[in-house]
Design a protein around this ligand. Structure first.
Ligand code: NDP
Length: 419
């Protein structure tokens, strides 16, 4: 029996909240606290009649650490699940420290204003030192290690699907299938079709920033950075078929590289259709992906935020999206002196997700692991003082929970490898 505060009430949050309400033996009480309280109230109205979990709602601006600390103290949850935006990670981590509760999120910190000179100085130093230029990285949150450790609190970072489940797959492969892992390829395939010429499956601002950035991967402990979308491969995905996929920078590469230094190469690929890429390139070329405010008729407008207002709300894609996602990790290495390769994956059907929780599979595959991460922290199985990613705990209870809560996985030996 525990009490969870959930911050944010968007696409991912909605799934995590549905799942907490299905799991009322663990989550006897939840608070949904977000910027627009009407969304929290609407979800409460829908779910309260069908769950034993007691739901409370509140309005909060999570950028305001003081107000958030006060709300956390007043509600006194066992943990806070941050499913707002990566921009709020640090303010929410600060509030959790001040109020003395555990912290869980699904995406690492990213600065909202990338022109802020203070942030830029740290960013540029990091680009030079580490060799990758993505706007997001773990350094900001890993810097809380000592504070969380001293306070006896757990911060569980990145418990979505990727990052999240993918890193649990890596820990599981290491525990059960390998003496030594040599390579990890993470393949994120969305074979869904929403029928729009262009839309993003989760927050457009965060999504478009991620996919328009240079790609990078780790090889022999060093980052190799490449121009955006310049490494392309084709792969046959069960339940989806053959798809083009492109090498991207992704946050679990950084965490796995630090925590499994014996792995010689870690790469991440995501599938994109030609139409998506053409739209994105065009929007980028005309400046619509920029985060720098421009003056429009006397008003400051951030182009990518204006674009977000034009694009379909990811939460509205659920009823119209058909097809499946298939997210895969391919491991190669050595077991008992022999070479081995293993493929661990989950296939998720957009329409099945919609039938269950009225969301498409991208929100579903993130919201379910968010609930699972929160459950393992509050029930003590994944509780230890400090700041951790999902590859740093025993993977077995998480893997069991994936099967139980809607994301069953399979392991296949000798898969087709990516060259
Ligand atoms: P949405 O934009 O749908 O939802 C974000 C929610 O956060 C909205 O309810 C929004 O409020 C709220 N919010 C934003 N700013 C604040 C603030 N200052 N204070 C309080 N609430 C705020 O995003 P998604 O649900 O698509 O994504 C949620 C998170 O999940 C993101 O961090 C994203 O990066 C992550 N993610 C992780 C994945 C993974 O596999 N690990 C995959 C996909 C997403 P309002 O309703 O007012 O707009």
């Amino acid at each position: 029996m525990s009490r969870l505060m959930i911050i944010g009430c968007g696409g991912v949050a909605s799934v995590a909240i549905h799942k907490c309400c299905q799991n009322s033996d663990v989550f006897s009480e939840i608070m949904i606290a977000s910027r627009t309280v009407a969304k929290c109230d609407a979800l409460k109205e829908k779910l309260q009649p069908v769950t034993k979990t007691k739901i409370t709602t509140a309005q909060i601006d999570a950028d305001d650490t003081e107000a958030l600390t006060a709300l956390i103290r007043e509600y006194a949850p066992d943990a806070v699940l941050n499913v707002a935006l990566p921009y709020q990670d640090l303010t929410i981590m600060d509030a959790c420290l001040a109020a003395g509760v555990d912290y869980i999120d699904t995406a690492n910190y990213e600065a909202e204003d990338t022109n802020d000179p203070e942030w830029r100085a740290v960013y540029e130093e990091r680009c030079k030192r580490l060799g990758f230029s993505a706007y997001f990285d773990y350094s900001w949150q890993w810097a809380y290690q000592d504070k969380y450790e001293k306070a006896g609190l757990t911060a569980l970072l990145g418990t979505g699907f990727d990052p999240g489940v993918t890193s649990v797959f890596a820990a599981y492969a290491k525990k059960h299938y390998f003496d030594e892992i040599h390579t990890i390829d993470i393949l994120d395939c969305n074979g869904g079709d929403h029928g729009y010429p262009f839309a993003t499956n989760f927050n457009p601002e965060i999504n478009l920033r991620e996919v328009s950035a240079p790609g990078s991967y780790l090889e022999n402990g060093k980052w190799v950075e490449i121009p955006a979308m310049s490494i392309k491969r084709e792969y046959e995905f069960e339940g989806v078929g053959k798809k083009d996929m492109y090498l991207l920078h992704h946050e679990e590469i950084e965490a796995l590289g630090r925590n499994m230094p014996e792995v010689k190469r870690i790469r991440f690929f995501m599938t994109f259709g030609q139409s998506y890429l053409t739209h994105m390139k065009c929007l980028e070329n005309v400046g619509m992906l920029s985060t720098t405010p421009i003056d429009y008729e006397g008003r400051q407008i951030v182009p990518i935020q204006f674009l977000k207002a034009l694009l379909p709300d990811p939460a509205s894609l659920g009823p119209r999206t058909v097809g499946k996602t298939n997210i895969v990790c391919i491991f190669t290495g050595i077991k008992d002196g022999k070479e081995r390769s293993v493929y661990i994956y989950n296939v998720c059907d957009h329409q099945e997700c919609y039938k269950e929780v009225e969301s498409q599979a991208i929100s579903y595959t993130t919201g379910v692991p968010a609930m699972i991460g929160a459950m393992l922290v509050v029930n003590g199985q994944w509780k230890k003082p400090g700041v951790f990613t999902t590859d740093e705990f025993d993977p077995d209870p998480y893997m069991d929970a994936l099967n139980k809560w809607g994301l069953p996985w399979k392991v296949v030996e000798n898969p087709v490898l990516v060259d």
